[in-house]
Design a protein around this ligand. Structure first.
Ligand code: HEC
Ligand code: HEC
Ligand code: HEC
Ligand code: HEC
Ligand code: HEC
Ligand code: HEC
Ligand code: HEC
Ligand code: HEC
Length: 431
């Protein structure tokens, strides 16, 4: 009699055990699913990045992990660190290298130059040197007289540098002096600054160190560091353009890390600064020569055509035509050209208004020492340029209220001032 009841006891014990096991398995399963979901979420937000230097025993890394943890952390997440590019590849140089400083038993550059990047990125450096982001950007500030013979030769070798900065614009640099310009002009124009080793420019102006992230370089905020403000409001114009609206309302879904040279509308459904001016898109290949797709020198007081403007136009229009039809783009170019002509005419008019004052010696030879100098300068440098940029990059408020309207206002002011000065001079001559 005792046998069956003992058996039943065993069976009950087994049943409880199995039930408990099943319960444990269910809980485990649910936990795993929850973990998997939260992993997926992390991926979406890009938080599961791999730090390539996490267990590195490189001497620079080991010590700098303590001294400057931020730098090691950032560099660890870069694709260059993943590709085994070392701190030494950019920083370490021979003892006799221009700018070398002794450091922990070797010699380093505190600020790696484009010559260091060039050892691996020859194409990008060559294109950059051929662009106005190279030496012309520096010359725009210090003037041609601020360049060495060698730098001048480099400047002259750039087709896009055919237009040389005029003396009047350098005048501001001299007038304000180094105490100010170190934090003003230089903050932007050092993008073309020569280094001690003779190489030119600072790639890190767009590729923030030490992540050197493609996503960051591709986002328009990168250009916003310099292409902003009353004289070149490309950022503000972009923000109000349909392309900028698309970026600001849906950009977080775009494929910012797409392989360079292969970008399509799948990755970028609307244009960014980089898509139009730098990225390989459709039939147009990637370039670090930002003048390569432009037809006019829009920054000039009176705009003229670029040396190879027709080829440049093809490259830009090939980008547009990935998203727009040919007629739409060609019409825009025709109308844009007409607008450039109209703005040129207003600037020419401002010249003709002040010419009699110059002829009669009624303006000082010094730049920026009397109000009329500023009115004349603002007219083309701020409003004329802005009107042109607004038209080409879809910013109607800039073409109208920060452009054409301001030009008309300044023209009226110039006329009145000129007439008054001439009348005053006549009165004095008559007495
Ligand atoms: C034993 C520790 C140690 C090692 C090894 C080391 N560094 Fe440093 N490094 C330092 C310290 C300390 C500083 C100064 C940090 C500060 O002032 O905040 C420094 C500064 C620097 C600077 C900036 C210098 C400046 O004046 O702006 C660079 C660049 C640099 N290190 C690169 C390297 C590279 C590249 C290596 C490997 C070849 C390396 N370091 C190896 C400790 C080290
Ligand atoms: C791909 C090139 C490159 C690599 C690789 C690289 N750096 Fe740099 N590093 C730069 C550039 C560019 C600068 C900025 C110079 C400037 O703006 O003046 C810089 C600046 C620095 C500075 C001084 C500026 C500061 O913010 O203190 C230190 C220190 C430094 N790097 C350490 C390192 C260390 C450590 C590693 C390796 C973990 C490393 N770098 C790897 C390019 C590089
Ligand atoms: C020793 C060779 C070497 C040097 C020096 C070097 N790089 Fe690189 N760089 C690479 C390699 C390799 C890659 C490719 C990484 C990849 O695509 O996986 C790369 C990729 C890049 C990228 C693209 C990043 C991406 O996510 O695709 C940028 C931007 C870049 N480098 C900038 C620079 C700059 C700026 C300098 C100089 C300050 C520099 N590099 C110096 C080898 C180098
Ligand atoms: C906020 C950044 C920034 C500052 C500050 C700045 N510039 Fe510029 N500058 C630019 C940009 C961007 C352009 C290009 C505009 C274009 O191409 O449409 C430019 C264009 C120019 C040009 C015309 C291009 C050429 O090569 O002739 C000159 C000249 C110039 N700047 C001189 C100066 C001087 C001098 C200062 C200081 C008094 C200064 N800039 C301050 C960003 C800046
Ligand atoms: C005006 C901003 C700007 C400057 C300055 C700049 N870059 Fe770039 N760079 C970009 C952008 C934007 C991209 C991404 C292009 C794309 O969308 O494919 C890029 C991409 C790259 C890549 C990856 C290209 C590829 O096809 O794999 C390398 C390498 C690179 N840059 C190196 C450099 C070097 C070296 C310098 C200095 C000589 C430099 N960059 C200066 C904006 C800049
Ligand atoms: C650190 C400042 C700086 C940054 C960042 C910068 N630029 Fe520039 N850019 C300049 C200056 C200065 C000039 C004017 C150079 C000159 O003509 O003298 C210029 C000129 C240009 C031009 C006109 C070139 C020509 O041939 O006239 C284009 C287009 C341009 N930049 C696009 C870009 C784009 C796109 C980005 C962002 C990916 C960018 N820039 C980032 C400073 C900058
Ligand atoms: C939809 C494409 C597109 C976008 C987006 C775009 N641009 Fe442009 N950009 C153009 C065109 C087209 C021109 C005029 C080209 C010409 O001269 O033929 C131009 C002109 C310029 C110039 C004037 C160069 C000169 O001659 O003075 C600069 C600088 C510039 N763009 C920078 C930028 C920056 C910075 C951004 C982002 C904030 C940007 N662009 C966004 C298409 C674009
Ligand atoms: C990657 C796709 C893409 C590229 C490349 C592109 N655009 Fe666009 N563009 C768009 C989108 C999306 C809109 C918004 C459509 C709308 O307004 O409904 C737009 C709108 C426009 C508009 C309409 C403005 C308005 O107020 O209605 C103009 C003009 C324009 N783009 C010009 C250009 C030019 C010029 C280029 C080349 C320099 C260019 N686009 C390149 C996607 C693109």
């Amino acid at each position: 009699m005792a046998e069956p009841s003992r058996l039943r006891g065993w069976l009950t014990a087994w049943r409880v055990l199995i039930l408990a096991l099943v319960a444990v398995l269910i809980v485990l399963g649910v936990t795993l699913v929850v973990i998997a979901i939260s992993d997926a979420e992390e991926t979406k937000e890009g938080t599961e990045r791999i730090n390539a230097l996490a267990s590195s025993d490189n001497a620079c890394v080991e010590c700098h992990r303590r001294v400057t943890p931020g730098i090691v952390q950032q560099y660890g997440y870069s694709t260059m660190a993943a590709a085994d590019v070392k701190c030494e590849n950019c920083h370490e140089v021979r003892q006799d290298y221009a700018g070398a400083v002794e450091h922990e038993g070797t010699y380093v550059l505190n600020s790696p130059t484009t010559a260091m990047c060039e050892t691996c990125h020859t194409t990008e450096v060559r294109q950059y040197y051929a662009s106005r982001h190279g030496i012309p950007a520096y010359a725009a500030m210090v003037g041609l007289e601020g360049l060495t013979e060698d730098e001048l030769a480099k400047y002259d070798a750039i087709p896009e540098a055919q237009v040389k900065p005029n003396a009047e614009r350098n005048a501001l640099y001299a007038l304000e002096g180094p105490a100010v310009t170190r934090f003003a002009c230089e903050g932007c124009h050092n993008i073309g600054r020569p280094a001690a080793d003779g190489s030119i420019g600072q790639c890190q102006k767009c590729h923030l160190r030490h992540e050197f992230s493609l996503e960051q370089a591709r986002k328009p905020e990168t250009c916003n560091a310099c292409h902003i403000g009353p004289d070149h409001p490309q950022w503000e114009i972009y923000v109000e353009s349909p392309h900028g609206i698309a970026y600001h309302t849906g950009g977080e879904r775009w494929n910012w890390d797409a392989e360079p040279g292969t970008l399509t509308v799948e990755d970028f459904p609307a244009a960014t600064c980089a898509v139009c001016h730098i990225s390989g898109f459709g039939a147009t290949s990637t370039t670090h020569d930002v003048g390569d797709r432009l037809t006019w020198y829009l920054f000039q007081p009176i705009s003229v055509r670029r040396p190879t403007w027709e080829d440049n136009m093809d490259r830009m229009q090939n980008v547009c035509s990935e998203c727009h039809n040919t007629n739409f783009i060609e019409d825009l170019y025709t109308d844009g050209d007409v607008l450039v002509g109209a703005i040129n005419a207003w600037v020419e008019e401002s010249d003709s208004i002040i010419q009699p004052l110059k002829d009669a010696g009624l303006m000082t030879a010094e730049p920026f020492d009397e109000p009329i100098d500023f009115t004349y300068f603002n007219l083309w440098h701020h409003w004329g340029r802005t009107a042109k940029f607004g038209a080409w990059m879809q910013g109607p408020d800039y073409t109208q209220w920060h452009g054409a309207y301001e030009m008309l206002h300044d023209l009226a002011e110039l006329r009145e001032t000129a007439d008054a000065k001439l009348a005053e001079a006549e009165d004095e001559a008559g007495q």
